[in-house]
Write a protein that binds this ligand. Sequence first.
Ligand code: F6R
Length: 605
Amino acid sequence: MCGIVAATSNRDISQDLVRMLRCLDYRGYDSAGISVFGADNTIDLRKKAGPLSDLEELLAEKPVMGHSGIGHTRWATHGAPSDENAHPHMSSDGRVSVVHNGIIENYRDLINDLEAVGVECVSQTDSEVLAHIVSLFLKANPGASGKDIVKHLCRKVSGAYAIAILRTDKPDEVIGIRHQCPMNFVCTDGLAAISSDISSLIEYSRDIQVLKDGQAVVMTPNHHDVFDLEGNPGSSVHVVADWSVDKVEKDGFDHFLRKEISQEPEALAAFIKSAASNGEDLQAFLAERDIRKVVFLACGSASYSGVFGSIFARHLGLPMDISSEIGSEFRYLPPHVDKHTLMVAVSQSGETADSIGALEHAKSAGASVLAFVNVVGSSIDRLADMSVRLAAGPEVAVPSTKAVVNQFAASSLIISLLADKSPNSVTLWAQKCGQLAEAIAAIIAREDELITIAEKVAGHQSSFALGRGLDFAVSQEMALKLKETAYMHCEPMFAGEFKHGSISLIEYGMPVFCFVSDKSVRRKSISNIEEIKARGAQPVIFDASLEEDPDLKALGDYFNIPALGDPWSSIALLAVTHLVAYHSGLLRNTNVDRPRNLAKSVTVE
Ligand code: F6R
């Protein structure tokens, strides 16, 4: 993961680097650092393990100033999060500083090569080698240009990388290299800046240059030169950013996570409005293609919306092959994909590396790609043939909530449109989906009941989440949210499959979350609950019935939501999973907004 920035200007840019990093800390919050070319003609480095605020404190104690510099927020892949492993990394002679996002796959070989010429790495990262390689190259080739450095470095390293380089022999120049990790830049009057994410560049210019994969840029305050990794001239992609970066505030809530759960109804309403107004375009997009197969493609929570969509398609009896695939597996064991395939790539951030890789693979095999993205202008947004905007607004908490609700709603939209090609199908979908927002608001208003449930389960380290049909996707979301938000192990399973082995793990009092909103399998689901109850489990039952079901109520803790019918009740139950996980996390004293070991956007494979 990680986020990188660089800037060069006629004025001090140290605060600019920190400000830009603030927009990137969703990409990693293990450590952060900046290095600038200082007044004494050396590179000044400040870096610190911990969140960006720790770096800010360090900078307040020991400020730096300089006209050019680079910066980094880290999500550790190689080497623990520590001051030493934080970026930027410096060459031994202090003449070169680098930041890196991605993974250098041959770094062990490169370390051996460096050791053979007496250069020792001081960190445990795969990135430090880059600084040493550039410095050795400059020693052997005094006066080498930025282009020469890029060519040399990229011939030596393999893997995925976005790299920014600062060096003392050309102090007003910064170099950016893009190979399978995003990189964008702006050039304004007297300031040039590079960033992994467009959002941190908007304050300088809305005219954004997106480097294509396999390109590099060498920038001074008033000039930039784009070329490929062999040094051949090229041009980047010009994008006009027509969105604004919202202020990131908790608005009176204790946590961003809780704020974002409370925003679920309004975010869903915004999505319905946006989808309804773009419905004709979406229908035209589908009509233009001879679609015989649909593959939902995503990672994590986003992938559950694909599971949900594929099961909804079976509910409707759609005569089509519809499956849900996981991003990290797709490229390496691909299903058959051709020009009759529609890939639906689902991603809140639009930057998930595994999903991007899968999308590129599907495109190269001739498939059409429809994206459900929340971040406008993100890589997946740009790569797709068409995008459906999730319109959930910015998500700051690492666990995704309001965007997941909209991802499920988007899956219901696409399946509804594939099943019904009539002109008013979008309107019909919007009407049905409309009640959902109200149902979710009603669930959130009953938060106290869900706190009581959280109090009962939070003391348990292990649990199961069971559902049949559409509810299986909801049980997946319950499990993942409990893991990341409350650090509780929870395994999602098809309720009917449970008796084929996993039921042996049931011990007296073990919580088992049971979702029974899918009407088509209700009786079966209830039998499965009886089975686990008989073995001593503590069922926590989430129902969606017109009236409370006394039989179910007798089986365990029971929470009934307004019956909306299939598949809408299952989507509404997502809010239940989010609140139970949030409160379990609070009770277990976890960092619910920034769970350990995670980052908001997973930009490495
Ligand atoms: C879970 C969560 C992750 C993401 C996954 C995909 O709360 O946030 O599982 O859903 O990493 O991320 P996007 O949607 O950005 O592709």
